[in-house]
Design a protein around this ligand. Structure first.
Ligand code: MGD
Ligand code: MGD
Ligand code: SF4
Ligand code: MO
Length: 695
């Protein structure tokens, strides 16, 4: 018999599904999708269904571990905390505060991220800290901030049901945001659905998908500028909206007019006539919406590409109304939380480290000395890795991310790790590729073993509740951070940070008057009762509705209230194919059953059974014939960075001259080419040139 049922939010992708956890008298916990939650309405995908299995794995870390000559030895928390403090203090004394950094994640509850950010930057005096959100969402965050004045994805999931034309750009929601795709399937307007992707993905093949623009890799800017030009030429635009709410239209129009249409269409490899017809369909739509994910964010010109989608919505007035919007779909369960409250690229609630007034404000709210707040920005992730390589960074703390597997062109990272004097890794498992390098490993609790909130793609705060105890001496990241703060000697700074809900209240105070204001939320119980709450939700908010979209009044967060059209000349491709490296390698997600570096999904027998046991490369039949390989034959793929030998998967997903490898296996990131967007510094995982041979 159940004694208690708790609701919690799935900790894989950013859809933010809620599940009920029924706790039996003997402590056994069982899971079922929540029927009333507006996000998932009774559904979950297979990862969510097996959410709890990885937490029960025998491979969990149960005590802190310290590296010894022969491997690792168990130590007490007391000793681990002392070693942590001594280790980082030693590095800082020898090499200064710029010689240490942390790398965190979009997978912790918001309160834990906030405590980590505050402890590392204000308590320990770290100057540098970034997270895997850089690998994932930095482009969208910067694009929105530049265009709207704040990092604010405008949509609500209801928009999937209200649009009559939807465009998915560099996004494969059928496998990556499956329950979100179910919302698209619920749309009763018989919507047109287009996919812009160099691959013929599961989303392209979905029954309800109307068409596919199989553009050349990294040619999105050409495609969307061509589309914008046709819209403007035909006057298929919303002049009144532009006049009242948009800056930069005339400059954009002149820029587009200087481009050669024939060049645009030849680069993106889509016939001009199709682009003209597509523009006409957008013009004819009552409510058009554009969604994007990693095919856009992970590129050398990602920010401008994201803005090319934003621009289309701005010039056609497809924003602030049901079924519209330039909508970035986020990645990890709490990507949005880390964008707002991780204290990495910005201070809490989007305030800036570099503004004195902002530092004062946060110091006052947190009741800490203003001098405790760094007045410089952190180095971005890629520069932290560079500095580790050059020996300028000597101490690194990695929390809830597995960069030895997931970082771009990571042979670099291995090299870099050798230079570290002190590496601490905090994870559920001591056996991750990264934790194996650690001098000190700290065993953390997983999402069902702790509390807090995640913020999903539609800005909805969803509850995370503790339904079970972590194994052995593993502790929530929250309790780990508090223990470390005591050992460091700055525990006093966190006296008010007693539990996650207390931290939630502190974060509410930082949000007051900001676009992401959440001061109206009475507490966790309200998040539970109201089935999640979307920001903004300021005090005295009369609107308790379950759906909320931004910019309904056409007022943006810029100083003059207008959105900005931003555009740019085309940048050169980071690498060019030549007679030797004649093929383009694209990387991304391989299946609905696998999550990232598989530390969690790899421990679920059902998901494993459904996944490929080893890495593979997808290639076109014609390429397979040319190099003389059949299905399952081994092929060697070589880039200018490294090489890998994997099985061939032959079919029509890829165009000739392009191949795809999933990110879920170690080999893939030996091959990727390290290029970063100019503004967001997000890695361009989706484009490297390779050669491919039979072995
Ligand atoms: N099953 C599963 N679901 C997940 C995850 C997972 O690991 N597994 N991870 C979560 C996370 S953190 C994220 S960030 C999301 C990612 O979700 P998605 O962005 O959907 O995932 P990807 O497969 O990385 O990339 C999407 C598509 O971009 C395309 N693409 C590559 N290059 C280009 C290009 O130049 N232009 C265009 N237009 N498209 C291009 C690829 O072919 C690919 O189909 O998924 C989340 N959900
Ligand atoms: N080639 C290629 N590489 C890519 C991408 C790509 O498309 N192509 N995509 C990039 C993207 S978008 C992303 S988001 C990254 C993801 O890359 P990573 O962040 O490295 O991937 P994960 O496997 O999710 O690693 C998360 C780690 O956190 C641990 N963990 C989970 N929950 C908790 C917790 O509550 N506390 C603690 N302490 N630990 C926890 C897990 O066990 C796991 O080891 O990969 C990037 N790498
Ligand atoms: S769609 Fe995403 S949030 Fe929903 S159950 Fe699957 S992994 Fe979890
Ligand atoms: Mo991601």
């Amino acid at each position: 018999m159940d004694t208690q049922t708790l609701r919690t939010t799935c900790s894989y992708c950013s859809v933010g599904c809620n599940v009920d956890l029924a706790i039996a008298e003997d402590g056994k916990v069982s899971l079922r999708p929540n029927k009333e939650y507006p996000v998932n309405q009774g559904f979950v995908c297979p990862k969510g269904f097996h959410l709890l299995t990885p937490f029960a794995s025998e491979l969990r870390g149960t005590t802190p571990l310290v590296k010894t000559d022969g491997g690792f030895s168990e130590i007490s928390w007391k000793e681990a905390n002392t070693r942590f403090a001594q280790g980082f203090k030693g590095v800082m004394e020898r090499h200064g505060r710029d010689a240490v950094a942390f790398l965190s994640t979009g997978q912790l509850p918001t309160e834990e991220m906030a405590l980590l950010g505050a402890f590392a930057k204000f308590g320990m005096g770290f100057m540098h800290g970034d997270g895997n959100t850089r690998q994932c969402m930095a482009t969208a965050a910067v694009a929105y901030k530049q265009s709207f004045g704040f990092d604010a994805p405008p949509f609500t999931y209801k928009d999937f049901e209200e649009s009559d034309l939807m465009v998915f750009v560099g996004a494969n929601p059928v496998i990556n945001h499956p329950v979100m795709w179910q919302r698209v399937q619920k749309n009763c307007n018989n919507p047109k659905i287009y996919v812009v992707d160099p691959r013929r993905t599961e989303t392209v093949d979905a029954k309800i998908t109307t068409g596919h623009f199989q553009i050349a890799p990294k040619s999105d800017l050409h495609f969307f500028y061509a589309l914008s030009r046709v819209l403007i030429e035909n006057d298929w635009i919303d002049r009144a909206f532009i006049e009242n709410h948009v800056d930069g239209f005339e400059e954009f129009r002149s820029h587009l007019n200087e481009l050669s249409m024939s060049e645009l269409v030849s680069v993106c490899d889509i016939p001009e006539q199709r682009i003209r017809e597509f523009a006409d369909e957008i013009h004819g739509a009552k409510a058009a919406s554009l969604y994007w994910t990693m095919g856009v964010n992970q590129g050398h010109q990602g920010v401008r590409i994201a803005q090319s989608l934003i621009n289309i919505c701005l010039i056609t007035g497809n924003i602030g109304k049901p079924g519209t919007g330039p909508n970035s779909i986020t990645g990890q369960a709490n990507a949005m939380g880390s964008r707002l409250y991780s204290n990495t690229t910005s201070l809490f609630a989007g305030y800036a480290f570099t503004e004195e007034a902002h530092r004062r404000k946060i110091a006052e709210i947190l009741d800490i000395p203003v001098d405790a707040i760094p007045d410089r920005n952190s180095l971005p992730y890629n520069e932290i890795v560079e500095k580790v390589k050059t020996g300028d960074i000597r101490g690194l703390w990695i929390i809830a991310t597995n960069p030895i597997h997931s970082w771009i062109n990571k042979s670099d990272f291995f090299e870099a790790m050798e230079n570290l004097e002190f590496l601490v890794v905090q994870d559920l498992y001591p056996g991750t590729e990264t934790a194996e390098y650690a001098d000190l490993y700290l065993p953390a609790a997983g999402s069902a073993e702790k509390s807090g909130v995640f913020i999903n793609s539609e800005r909805r705060l969803g509850i995370v509740q503790k339904a079970m105890e972590p194994p052995g001496e593993a502790k929530s990241d929250f309790d780990i951070f508090l223990g470390l703060a005591e050992a460091w000697g700055c525990g006093e700074m966190f006296r008010e940070w007693t539990d996650t809900e207390a931290v939630f209240r502190i974060l509410q105070r930082t949000s007051k008057g900001r676009p992401c204001d959440i001061t109206g939320i009475e507490g966790y119980q309200m998040i539970i009762d109201n089935k999640g709450v979307q920001w903004p939700f300021p005090e005295n908010n009369p609107d308790l509705g379950t759906q909320r979209r931004l910019f309904e009044d056409g007022v943006f967060y810029t100083p003059n209230g207008k959105a900005k059209i931003l555009f740019e000349a085309f940048a050169e491709l980071p690498e060019k194919t030549d007679s030797e490296f004649d093929t383009v390698l694209i990387t991304g997600r391989g299946s609905i059953f696998q999550f990232h570096t598989q530390t969690r999904t790899g421990k679920v027998p059902f998901l494993n059974k459904k996944s490929e046991p080893a890495n593979y490369v997808m290639l076109n039949e014609s390429d397979a014939t040319r190099i003389g390989v059949k299905e399952d034959d081994m092929v060697k793929i070589t880039s200018r960075q490294g090489s890998a030998t994997v099985a061939a998967r032959i079919g029509q997903v890829m165009k000739p001259g392009q191949v795809f490898m999933p990110m879920h296996y170690m080999e893939t990131n030996y091959l990727t080419f390290p290029v970063f967007d100019t503004y967001s510094r997000q890695p361009g995982y989706k484009y490297a040139v390779v050669k491919i041979e039979a072995v």
